[in-house]
Design a protein around this ligand. Structure first.
Ligand SMILES: *Cc1c(COP(=O)(O)O)cnc(C)c1O
Length: 380
């Protein structure tokens, strides 16, 4: 039996991968197995069912499909696989991750409308409805739930309702809310949502999954095939026929995900969300005490990502602050807005309020060591 040692615990405040438990890390240390064995297939079956359960999907109506890759793969898969021939994609874009979806449309040469809204604003439902009305050929509407670049929460239930009223499929990038902020796939009007194992599930990188409506998936069987490796129907069909992934799965990552799911059910949806909220509020308190400004209005934040504006202090140097914290086990992350210089602190992962208290001790030291004045200063 392997000697289990504690692994150095780093507090990741970046927007994923997130801090994991040692039990999840060690779940990867298993005897070698060929993933084409029945034993492995039955593990994936349970995993797929659990992934649907997390978003309260009725197993008769919803299914999940696994892929080997990072979360962006899911956006690629959904968009290239779920657009009927002769139809157009509508991307509702108020941030970096929806912009990625628009780029995917460009790369595949898919007809699309990139409907942009300011990154610090919620999308305007009236404009969305008007766009749907004047473009009856829109077959797929896509947006991001928690726009991780800023932390803004988009009104997916309302957008999904509009998409459905105009006969379009609704795909939502829930990568940074799934298994954290509760989602009810049917009530939230989602046809397809997605995530990767290293964010809300607090497992390892390399496993991504799409959860969606079986009837719509079946319908996509005859849609134009735009990718070989990244086709949703092909992967689904292979799972249904054989219980296996079409190509080699990330074996050890799957063992870690199964352990992470056990820990997810043990903690419970509500308790987990309460914990993330506690961490999020502790981040806000810490930043407010030091005088940092928020990018997104507090009531619009999804409760997982805090975006703070760089102070105007000439001594502020993000990289130096980052390195100081990093050397002491805390990872902070730059923002993803082109117009403003920001950094992010996120409430993902197996962390709790005391970790944030410890972080702010180090962060304040980092400011002092760099002679950044406290409270931090802004020119306006
Ligand atoms: C993390 C994330 C992704 C996936 O990014 P990868 O770099 O491919 O892991 C996609 N969408 C959102 C909203 C995310 O937060």
């Amino acid at each position: 039996m392997l000697e289990k040692e504690n692994v150095k615990r780093n507090i990741l405040l970046n927007p994923g991968p997130s801090t994991t438990t040692d039990t999840v890390k060690y779940a990867q240390i298993v005897p070698d197995i060929c993933p084409r064995e029945k034993e492995f297939g039955s593990l994936m079956k349970g995993l797929r069912e659990d992934l649907v359960k997390i978003v309260h999907g009725d197993p008769e109506k919803y299914t999940s499909v696994l892929f080997c890759g990072s979360g962006t793969l899911n956006i690629d898969v959904c968009i290239n696989s779920l657009l009927p021939g002769g139809k157009k994609v509508l991307v509702i874009n108020n941030g970096a991750y929806s912009a990625r979806a628009a780029e995917i449309c460009e790369y595949y040469g898919l007809p699309h409308i990139n409907l942009c809204f300011p990154v610090d604003q919620r999308p305007d439902l009236a404009v969305i409805e008007h766009t749907l009305q004047s473009n009856p050929d829109i077959g797929l509407v896509h947006t991001t739930h928690n726009e991780t670049g800023t932390g803004i929460l988009n009104p997916i239930r309302e957008i999904g309702d509009l998409a459905h009223r105009y006969g379009a499929v609704f795909t939502v990038d829930t990568t940074s809310t799934y298994a954290m902020r509760p989602i009810h796939i049917e009530h939230d009007n989602i046809d397809f949502c997605m995530a990767s194992a290293q964010k809300g599930l607090m497992a390892m990188t390399g496993l991504s999954f799409v959860i969606g409506n079986k009837a719509l998936l079946e319908k996509s069987r005859n849609y134009p095939k735009r990718s070989y490796y990244c086709n949703l129907y092909l992967q689904y069909e292979f799972f249904e026929k054989t219980g296996e992934m079409h190509f080699t799965p990330p074996v050890q990552t799957i063992y870690a995900a199964i352990q992470a799911l056990k820990e997810y059910w043990a903690e419970g949806e509500e308790a987990k969300w309460t914990r993330h909220t506690r961490v999020f509020e502790a981040i806000h308190r810490g930043l407010a005490r030091l005088g940092f400004k928020n990018v997104i209005k507090r009531e619009w934040q999804a409760g997982l990502v805090v975006s703070a504006v760089y102070p105007d202090d000439p001594n502020w140097d993000f990289d130096r602050i980052h390195d100081y914290c990093y050397d002491r086990g805390f990872t902070i992350y730059p923002g993803k807005i082109s117009s403003t210089n920001t950094f992010r602190l996120c409430a993902l992962g197996a962390i709790d309020e005391p970790d944030i208290r410890d972080f702010f001790v180090v962060f304040e030291e980092a400011l002092q060591a760099n002679r950044v004045s406290i409270p931090v200063m802004y020119n306006q």
